[in-house]
Each structure stands twice: as structure tokens, then as C-alpha cells.
Design a protein around this ligand. Sequence first.
Ligand code: IMP
Ligand code: MG
Length: 175
Amino acid sequence: MKILLDERELRQGVQRLAAEVNRHYDGAPLTIIGVLTGSVVLLADLIRLLEMPLRVGVVQASSYRGGTEAGELSIQADFMPDIEARHVLLVDDIFDTGNTLVEVVKLVEALQPASVATLVLLRKTGRQRVSYEPDFVGFDIPDEFVVGYGLDYADAYRNLNYLAALEPEDLDRKF
Ligand code: IMP
Ligand code: MG
């Protein structure tokens, strides 16, 4: 594995994102919705740096069926809090093709929030298949499959405190 962002760089990126979000909402109450499972580490670090009155909810979106290629997208929104007339910030780990975030934004917009914005830790260069762009982006990274800081390969590596790109020999490992 090749380290792309170490613990210190990730921390600085999250601090930068939090500062932007604090400035943007300027004390207005906010509902953060994390897209499970990849956003859990970011969510935990980010919310502790936010200064407005905050509610936190989650939705689950799964598209990766074990490998590095996306399968069909499914969204499970049973645990989403009531967001009607509230400012909502959707938080996800990575903006790859963009399909996941676009679908979750649609779902949230249908519930008539006051506003919907999106934040991602990572955006992969040259992969997007949608015209939508996230409002807050931590880092632009090259088109490589990455793990750590919440991101997984076949459900492994989410607990790494750095972000690493998988190399071909890593893909064959069994857990
Ligand atoms: P999208 O719908 O193609 O934008 O994919 C978004 C989801 O796919 C992310 O929330 C991740 O869970 C997963 N994903 C995309 N690229 C990577 C990666 O490089 N490593 C791990 N997961 C990824
Ligand atoms: Mg995800």
C-alpha cells in the first residue's frame, strides 16, 4: 500500500472543512447526515469541530459489492431524522462517479428541507459521471482505489488512521 494522506494531513483537511462549514452556516442550526458506512470516521472528527446547534443522522448507501467496481446502488433511509424546513449537510467519504451523492440528494430534497449541501473528504479526479459537484471538498486525489479513514476494500482497512492507495498485490489478499 502507498500512503496518500497521513494522519496529520487528514486532520488539517478536516479542520479546513469544518472552518468552511462554520463560516457558511454562521451559527444557524444544522442537520448533518452521514452516508454510511464510509463516512463514520470523518463524521466523528468533523462534528466535534462544528460550532452551530447540530443534529446528526445517517443513511446507508451501498454500491460496492466487495470489489473495487460499483454494483447496483441501494439506499436505506429508515434512520434519517426529520429534516423538513431544516438546513441539511450530507457528508460522504468520497465523490467517485458521483452517483451515490446525487441519489441521496434527490431523496433528501423530496423531504422539503430548507437547504441541502454536500461535503466529501475526497474527490477522485476524472471519474465523475454526473454534472453535480459537492459544495465542500477536502482533497482531490488521483484515480486510484483508496482505503483507510473510513474507506474499505471488501470491508477491511476502515480503521487505518491514514489514507492509502491499494496496489495490485493488495487486491488478491484474503481476509
Ligand atoms: P460513487 O457513487 O461512484 O460516487 O461512489 C461513492 C461510494 O463508493 C463512496 O461513498 C465509497 O463508499 C465508494 N468508493 C468509491 N471510490 C472508493 C475508493 O477508492 N475506495 C473505497 N471506496 C470507494
Ligand atoms: Mg460510501
